[in-house]
Structure formats: C-alpha cells, structure tokens
Design a protein around this ligand. Sequence first.
Ligand code: G4F
Length: 284
Amino acid sequence: MVRRSSTFNRSRIDHLRNDIELVYGDLGDSSVLNQLMRSIRPDEVYNLGAQSHVRVSFDMPEYTADVVAVGTLRLLDAIRETDLRCRFYQASSSEMFGKVAEVPQTEETPFHPRSPYGVSKVFGHWITRNYREAYGVYAVNGILFNHESPRRGENFVTRKITLGLGAILRGERESIELGNLDAKRDWGYARDYMEGAWRMMQQERPDDYVLATGETHSVQEFLEEAFGYVGLDWRTHVTTGERLLRPAEVDLLVGDYSKARSELGWEPKVTFRELVRMMVDADR
Ligand code: G4F
C-alpha cells in the first residue's frame, strides 16, 4: 500500500516492480483500509507504515499519533470486520523502552517512551495485544531495535553519515552536521530483521519478540568505524549543532533476543562492522 505523492519516491522497490502490485491507501483513511481488506483478503498484513522519524515526531506530534497509534487500530479493526483469519504483524519499536528500566531490554522490560513517536508505538503495541486477546486475531509485535541498510532513509543518523561521507570522498562537500554523538544504539541489518518478522508470522501461536544484536555502539563509534574504513579522521569532517538535539533523548538501547533465538531459530547474521562497511560502500 502506497500513499499518493506528486513526486515518485519508490526507487527502493523499483527492482520488485514486476513482482508486486501497489495499491493506494493511507493509514489515516479507514474506509480505504476496510475496502482493501475486503477486496484483497490478504493472508498476512505487515504494518510498517509510520511517521517513523523520532525528532520529527516532536514537530508533528498529532500527525505522528494519528498514523502510528490510531493507524494501527484502523488496520486491526479492518481485519476484525473483514477476516479474522488474516495474520497481522505490528512493527513495534525499541523506542518504547526509552529511558530504559533495565539493560539489556527484553519482551518483559517496562516501557518509558521519550517522544511522541515512542508513545504512539506503545499504543500500537498494546492495541495489537488487545486485538489478539479480545478477538483472537493472530497478531504479533516485533519489537525491533534499529535496523539499517543502504536503503535507510536519508535523515536517519547512519545513512546521514554514510551519504555525507560519500559526498566528502567525491569532493562535493567538506563536513556533516550531527546532533548527539553519545547516544548508543543496537544497530542491526534490516534484511536479517525482516526475515525474523516473517518467521514470527509462521508460528503456531502469535506472540511478541525482540529482534536485536545484543551489542550497542555510540554514534561516535559509528563515525569512527565509517571514516576509519576509508582512512579519514571523522573529527575533521563532523560538526555538531543544537538544532539536531531532541527535547528528550533515548541514551542507550541494547536488546536481548534470546526468545527469538530459542523460539524462532533467529540470529542476526551481519555484524556492526560489516553493516557500516556495506553502507559506506553503497554510498561512496
Ligand atoms: O537514526 P536515528 O534518527 O534513529 P532513532 O531515533 O534511534 O529511531 C530509529 O530507530 C527506532 C528503533 O529503535 C525506530 F523505531 C525509529 O523509527 C527509527 O528508525 O537516531 C539515532 C541516534 C539518536 O540518539 C539521535 O539523537 O542518533 C542521534 N543523532 C545524532 N545526530 C542523530 C543525528 N539522529 C539523526 N536522525 N540525525 C542526526 O543528525
């Protein structure tokens, strides 16, 4: 399902054009969600739709809540009204852990979200559980920690760094402006994580699972790894700006994926270093 836009932004799925069918819709429009459920009658629905940028959610809190929180409810309700056999995957997020209550975070760690985005994801998480418990929908929450790839959106920190580094190497620019370099994230490879999401949907019973690598690295470590790989010193090419800081930050995320390993047979395959190098190579 894609939103109508006057400019095309589908380069990331161009290679699949002959294998998939796109339909117009919007998580803000329940009539179209109901109509699509009735006409397509899907076996599985993956809800990855969102206003997914944490910083932007402070600028657009109401829109973020409408799409991320109520949008999830709209989709679940379309399933409830049309076909209770349809399986539902909810992209829950490690941002829900926010000001973390314990390290590492598991499926049982209490939530303390730190942004309108994180708060909205908590609603999405619980409404997914609620439809499972109340109506018997096969509905799973994949609590995914940050997952990256060369197709990562351009204003998330990893891609911003590798895109900027590519431009520096080509002599097109001198530096990259960033915000908080001390924040630590558990960064994995998106392809590994989507395989995990699919596995969650093939189980006998629906449940919630953390997907993570179990390792955490600061933004500065990402810079060191990326610039070090091409023989440059990040310190001469990175500036920091107040405007890129967040009103409330998530300082440290690191996940424990033991449940996914034992119940889904899932493991991350790509290491932090391999991920950074893959993204640098794609953008240089
Ligand atoms: O790359 P980020 O914007 O990702 P963030 O906020 O962790 O959220 C991502 O992961 C979540 C899963 O935990 C998803 F749910 C969410 O949709 C999204 O995909 O920022 C990572 C860290 C932050 O601490 C941020 O403050 O990098 C820091 N940072 C420093 N300078 C920056 C920048 N982030 C961005 N986007 N841009 C900067 O210039």
